[in-house]
Write a protein that binds this ligand. Structure first.
Ligand code: GTP
Ligand code: MG
Length: 209
């Protein structure tokens, strides 16, 4: 899939403020500073689209973008940032969970995980919540450029082993670097391939004879 045209639509805090759920939607979620906004920019080849920052806690609202007039891409605030007050943290967590469970056109989430780190409890808990809520998701490992190939391989193996302690099957896994623009084609392919879950079974035949 080629991404040609991406436009910012609006920022919201609550589902009733969001654009009409009339198109397939994909959300990018994960701990603060993991690289959500950077990945969105890399994926869309549009450097200033989503605001990024070296300081965690940059994205504080839910931002909708429309891609080629066909689907929504959503940049979410990060969870688990220790330096904000407990009440602010709870507010973000609530916002994220409500979005995930109540957005009717959500096709899949991407849970971003920093490839340098060992499995973190809040990521694992968040994915368990998605599992219990039956929300489809893929794991996107970010910042792959910061590690040597052997280190990456080891970290991914450790992560998968940790997941398999509680999951019967692993979700789709992507390895990316927004800096080096790697792994993006696999993500675009997954996005395109999953559109059918919004349109129903006929979509493949209809759009790609
Ligand atoms: P919040 O909005 O605060 O939750 O953060 P975020 O997840 O949107 O992270 P953001 O994209 O703002 O990136 C955080 C920092 O990580 C920035 O300094 C980015 O330049 C850096 N970063 C993001 N992706 C990559 C990557 O693939 N490689 C490298 N080397 N740095 C990255
Ligand atoms: Mg952000």
């Amino acid at each position: 899939m080629e991404i040609q045209n991406v436009k910012f639509v609006k920022s919201s805090q609550f589902n009733h403020e969001m654009p009409k759920p009339d198109r397939p939607e994909y959300g990018f979620v994960g701990r603060s500073n993991v690289g959500k906004s950077s990945l969105i920019n890399a994926l869309c080849n549009h450097s200033g689209l989503a605001k990024t920052s070296a300081k965690p806690g940059k994205t504080q609202v839910i931002n909708h973008f429309i891609v080629d007039d066909e689907w929504y891409l959503v940049d979410l605030p990060g969870y688990g940032y220790a330096k904000v007050s407990k009440s602010a943290r709870q507010k973000f967590e609530r916002m994220i969970r409500d979005y995930c469970t109540l957005r009717p056109n959500l096709v899949s989430l991407f849970v971003l995980v920093d490839s340098r780190h060992s499995p973190q409890l809040n990521d694992l808990e968040f994915m368990s919540f998605l599992g219990v809520s039956q929300i489809p998701f893929g794991i996107v490992f970010t910042k792959a450029d910061k590690l040597k190939p052997q280190e990456l391989e080891k970290n991914l193996k450790v992560y998968q082993e940790e997941m398999l302690k509680t999951w019967e099957e692993l979700p789709p896994i992507f390895l990316t670097s927004s800096e080096k623009k790697t792994g993006l084609e696999d993500l675009r392919f997954y996005i395109e391939d999953n559109m059918k879950y919004f349109y129903g079974e006929g979509y493949d035949e209809m759009e790609y004879p």
